[in-house]
Design a protein around this ligand. Sequence first.
Ligand code: PLP
Length: 395
Amino acid sequence: MNEKEKYQFETKAIHAGYESKHHFDSLAPPIYQTSTFTFSSLEQGANRFSGAEDGYVYSRLSNPTITILEERMAQLEEGEAALAFGSGMAAVSAVLIGLTKAGDHILCSKGVYGCTFGLLEMLEEKYQIRHSFSNLETEEEILAAIRKDTACIYIETPINPTMTLVDLELVTSIAKQKGIPVVVDNTFSTPYLQQPLKLGCDLVIHSATKFIGGHGDVVAGIVVGNEEVISVLRKTTQKDIGGILSPFDAWLLLRGLKTLAVRMDRHCENAEYIAKQLSLHPKVKAVYYPGDKKSTAYSLMQKQMKKGGGLLSFEVKGGYEETVKVVNQLKLISIAVSLGDAETLIQHPASMTHAVVPEEARKEMGISNELLRLSVGLEAWEDIMRDLQQALDSI
Ligand SMILES: *Cc1c(COP(=O)(O)O)cnc(C)c1O
C-alpha cells in the first residue's frame, strides 16, 4: 500500500508501508535478520554510502523490516517519517540529545516518565542542559515558563499517573510564535486516540513497548516527525548512539499494530466501566480518568482525544497499609509496571515508577502513597471489576 492517506486508520494499521509483491508475495512482512548488506561492486558501495543510490548498507543505519514499521508508524501518526529504537528511552534520549546543546533549557509538562526525569537530571549534571516543569495551562503560564534558551517543549499527556491533560493546541500555538519545537510522548494515547502532529506539534515519541506492541513481549521505541528532523536524528543520535531496534522486534510491533484499533476500543470501553464502578465503591477516595464525564479533564479530552484511554488511577480510602492490602489481595490483576497489555496490570507509583522522584516533587505532582495506577486490559470487564471489588472489600 503506497498511496498515502487514502485509507482509514484501521486499514493503514494493517497495510501501510508494505507491499507483498516486493517480498516474494509473502502475506506477513519478512524478518530481514541480517547485520549487513552486500554490494555488487565497489562503486555501488560508494554510491550507497554517499546516498547517490538508494539501498541498504548496514542494519544500524536501516533495515527493510524496520523500514516497513517506520513507514507504517509515520502514516498512523500522519507524519512524514519515523525512526524505530530499541526502547522508548532510546527514543526519548535520541530526541532530547538531538534537539539540545550545552546550556540549553527544556520546558516540560508537570510530570514526565520516571526515566525521562532521570535523563533530564543527567543532562543537567553532565552537560548543563537545564529543565523546568510547568502546568502549561494558560497562555500567561506558558509564556512565563519559556526562556530565551528554551530549545524544546517536552509534553506527556495524559500525564502519568495522575491522568491530567495538557492542551496541545494551546501550547503549540505559542511555541510556533517563538519558533520552539514541541515534542509529545504519545505512549498513553497511541495515534488511534490522539495525533499530536495534526495539532501542530513537531515530534511524537512512543514507548512502543506499551499499546503499539500490545502484548507485553517486546521493548521498543518510535519517533515520528517531518522528513527533515527525522533525517537529522537518523544520521546523528540514532546512528552514532546506536539504540536501534532488532528486525524481529519490528516484526512483533507490525503484528501488534494490526489490531491496535480494536484493542484500543476495548481498552477504553473496559476502563470507562471500571472507572465508573470504582467511583461508586465506598473504599475508593478518588478516581482519575479523563474519559469520566465528571473529570475536570473531560472537555479537553473530547477536544484532542478520541476516547479516554486504557489507563486510570485511583486512591484507596485509609492509608498506605490499606493500599498495600488491596494490591496484595488481587488475584486476576497482576502487580507489574508497564501498560497497554492484554492483561490488566496494577502498580504503586510512589514506590515503583516514581520512586526516583523526590517525595516533595511527588506530592506536588499529586502522587500520594494511596495512589494506584491501573492499566486496564482486554479481559471481560466483569472479571476485572470482581477482582478489584473483592480486594477493596477486604479492607
Ligand atoms: C514506558 C514509557 C517510557 C519508556 O519506554 P521504554 O520502552 O520502557 O524504554 C517512556 N514514556 C512513557 C510515557 C512510558 O510509559
